[in-house]
Design a protein around this ligand. Structure first.
Ligand SMILES: [Cu+2]
Length: 158
């Protein structure tokens, strides 16, 4: 079958772009630890506040030194609104929403997830630079979306 030369060039060009994009994702996955959110755990969005997993919110330090943060993202706030975690230990964030889809982005870090009603979003991250970090909602969630933020304070380890 005859394929025109220009057609052939475009086909190889388009194929090359696909390989370049997939390669970029592959390199970022391996070298920067970028992973899609993969924690599938469901929750009834109507009873988030009564659910024992989210009844008590805040930071828990486990005996092995790692930390766990329980947080609710809702219109138009994060509960709790200010959290303190130690540096250089794995910090596991567990989030859910009682209303609409929100975002949870720790600005300047790799910590970023969607918070979808009906699901528990979970990811683990280690902060090696102490300081104050801004947490923002990066999914448009309504009229107060631009005010939806929280503060993360990473403290020097003991
Ligand atoms: Cu929001």
């Amino acid at each position: 079958m005859h394929v025109d030369l220009y057609e052939r060039i475009w086909m190889w060009g388009a194929g090359g772009i696909v390989i370049l994009f997939l390669g970029t994702i592959g390199v970022a996955t391996v070298s920067q630890g970028r992973l899609p959110p993969s924690h599938v755990e469901t929750i009834d969005p109507q009873s988030v506040f009564a659910d024992e997993r989210f009844a008590e919110r805040g930071v828990t330090i486990h005996p092995d030194g790692s930390a766990e943060v329980i947080m609710i993202a809702m219109m138009f706030n994060f509960l709790p609104n200010e959290i303190r975690v130690p540096a250089n230990v794995p910090v596991t964030f567990r989030l859910t929403s009682p209303d609409v889809v929100h975002g949870f982005q720790i600005v300047g870090t790799n910590g970023n997830t969607m918070v979808v009603p009906g699901y528990v979003s979970q990811f683990t991250i280690t902060f090696d630079t102490p300081g104050e970090y801004l947490i923002t909602c990066n999914e448009y969630c309504g009229l107060g979306h631009h005010n939806m933020s929280a503060t993360l304070i990473v403290e020097e380890g003991a």
